[in-house]
Write a protein that binds this ligand. Structure first.
Ligand SMILES: [Zn+2]
Length: 409
C-alpha cells in the first residue's frame, strides 16, 4: 500500500480501469481523473490505447503532471468510520488509559492508531470521545501535518450523567448541563456526543441499564448544540433510549442495540441516521476465555439481533453509516473496519449498499464536509485504489494499492 499526499501545487492524472463514484450502484470503466492540488478537477473518459505519457501530456497541456496508472484497479472514495475512540487501542483498556497522563506516549499511541486507520483506507473518522482530550489531540496532529490523515472530527468529552455508564468518556454532570455544554463548545468540539443509556449486558439478554437523561434534559442539550451549530451523536441502546433521543432531535443513533421495528420506522421518518457498531459485540462471541457459556449465548443473540435490525433498517430506508467503535475491547483501529463491513454483508446487504454507507452516507453522518464524499468534479480527492471489484467482493478492500488524499492546507 502506498500513500500519496496531494500538495497544493501537485497536478495528477489518474487512469482508472474502474471507478465507483458512490453516487450510484455502478462502476464506470476507463476514466481519467485530473487532480489539481487536493481537488478533483475533471473526470473524463480515457482515450483507448494511449500511453501514459500521451495521456499526461493531454491533461491540460501543462507541464509537471504526474501520472498514476490504475488501469488495472478500481478507484473509489475514501472510507469513513463514523465511530472510533483514538484514545483506546482495542487491546488493553487499562494500559491505554494509563498512557493518557504521559504526553509523549499518548502521541506515539495516537500516531499508531491513525496510521493503522489510514492503511485500511479510512480517510475520515468521527471520534466518539474520551475524557483526556486525546481525540482532540489526534485532530490537531493531522491538521498540523504531523501525519497525513485520517481527518478527525473530535467530540472531546461525552456528555454523561455522573454515576452512570461511561467514566472514561467524560467527567459526568449533575445538574448544570448548560455549563457542561459551554465547556465542550469552548474546547472546540466538532460534534456533541451524548450518552443516553448504558451498554448492552452480556449477562442478561435485553438488559441495558438506566437512561442517563430525562426527555426534557435531552431536548435541552440538543437545543444548545443546535444553537452552537453542532450535530449530536447519541450513544443509545434499548428502545426507550433511542426513542427519547430521536424525539429530542439528535442526528445519529450510535450502537442502537435492541431497537424494535417501530423505532426503526421512526428513524426513517425523522431522517435520523444509525451507526450500528456490530463488531465490538460480535468479536466477544469468540472469547470463551473471558465469558461463560451462558454469557457467550447472550452475546451471540445480541449481535445476531443487531444484524437482523440492520437488514430491517435498510429495507425501511434508514440512513446507515459504518462505525467500528475501534479502540473498544477487541476492535483494532483500521482492521476493525473490514470486519464491520463483512458483518453488514452477513446481515444481507449488497456490497453497493454497504459501500454507499461506508463512503457517501458516512461522510454526511460524520459531517465530513469537504473531506470525504462522492467522487465528483470540484470535490476533494480522497481516493482509494484496489485490485478487483468491491461491488462483487468487499474483501478486495483488505488489500489497498493506493491511498490518495489531500494534505492539510
Ligand atoms: Zn464508542
Amino acid at each position: 500500500m502506498k500513500i500519496i499526499v496531494l500538495r497544493p501545487r501537485d497536478s495528477w492524472v489518474i487512469r482508472a480501469g474502474n471507478l465507483f463514484t458512490g453516487k450510484d450502484k455502478s462502476l464506470k470503466q476507463n476514466v481519467l481523473l485530473h487532480l489539481q492540488g487536493g481537488v478533483i478537477e475533471k473526470i473524463l473518459p480515457a482515450p483507448a490505447g494511449e500511453e501514459p505519457e500521451q495521456i499526461s501530456a493531454g491533461a491540460g497541456g501543462r507541464r509537471g503532471w504526474k501520472f498514476l496508472d490504475c488501469s488495472k484497479l478500481t478507484v473509489l472514495p475514501g472510507l469513513v468510520d463514523c465511530h472510533v475512540h483514538l484514545a483506546l487501542d482495542g487491546v488493553d483498556f487499562q494500559r491505554a488509559r494509563q498512557q493518557w497522563d504521559e504526553p509523549a506516549r499518548v502521541r506515539e499511541q495516537v500516531a499508531q492508531h491513525l496510521a493503522q486507520t489510514l492503511a485500511a483506507g479510512v480517510l475520515f473518522v468521527r471520534d466518539g470521545g474520551d475524557r483526556a482530550g486525546v481525540g482532540l489531540l489526534a485532530r490537531e496532529m493531522v491538521k498540523s501535518d504531523v501525519l497525513p490523515g485520517p481527518v478527525v472530527a473530535a467530540s472531546g468529552c461525552a456528555l454523561r450523567k455522573s454515576g452512570l455508564y461511561g467514566r472514561f468518556l467524560g467527567p459526568g454532570v449533575n445538574g448544570d448541563l448548560a455549563g457542561a455544554f459551554r465547556r465542550l463548545a469552548a474546547a472546540g468540539v466538532d460534534q456533541l456526543k451524548v450518552l443516553v443509556s448504558g451498554i448492552v449486558s452480556f449477562r442478561e439478554y435485553g438488559r441495558v441499564g438506566p437512561l442517563q437523561f430525562s426527555p426534557e434534559e435531552l431536548n435541552f442539550v440538543v437545543a444548545l448544540a443546535r444553537q452552537a451549530g453542532l450535530k449530536v451523536m447519541a450513544h443509545a441502546n434499548s428502545d426507550a433510549a433511542v426513542t427519547i433521543a430521536v424525539r429530542a432531535g439528535v442526528d445519529s443513533i450510535e450502537h442502537g442495540y435492541l431497537m424494535s421495528r417501530t423505532t426503526l420506522k421512526m428513524l426513517a421518518r425523522q431522517g435520523v441516521a444509525w451507526v450500528p457498531t456490530v463488531v465490538p459485540v460480535a468479536v466477544q462471541a469468540n472469547r470463551s476465555d473471558l465469558y461463560s457459556r451462558e454469557q457467550l449465548t447472550v452475546i451471540e443473540k445480541t449481535y445476531r439481533r443487531q444484524l437482523e435490525a440492520i437488514a430491517e433498517a435498510a429495507e425501511l430506508g434508514v440512513t446507515l453509516g459504518v462505525g467500528t467503535d475501534a479502540g473498544s475491547p477487541g476492535v483494532s483501529h483500521g482492521a476493525g473496519y473490514l470486519q464491520e463491513l463483512r458483518l453488514y454483508r452477513r446481515a444481507g446487504l449488497e456490497p453497493a449498499a454497504i459501500l454507499a454507507a461506508a463512503t457517501v452516507a458516512g461522510a454526511k453522518i460524520a459531517g465530513a464536509g469537504q473531506w470525504a464524499g462522492p467522487v465528483e468534479e470540484g470535490r476533494p480527492a480522497g481516493l482509494l485504489a484496489v485490485k478487483g471489484n468491491p461491488l462483487e467482493d468487499l474483501d478486495v478492500l483488505g488489500e489497498i494499492e493506493y491511498v490518495i488524499l489531500p494534505g492539510p492546507e
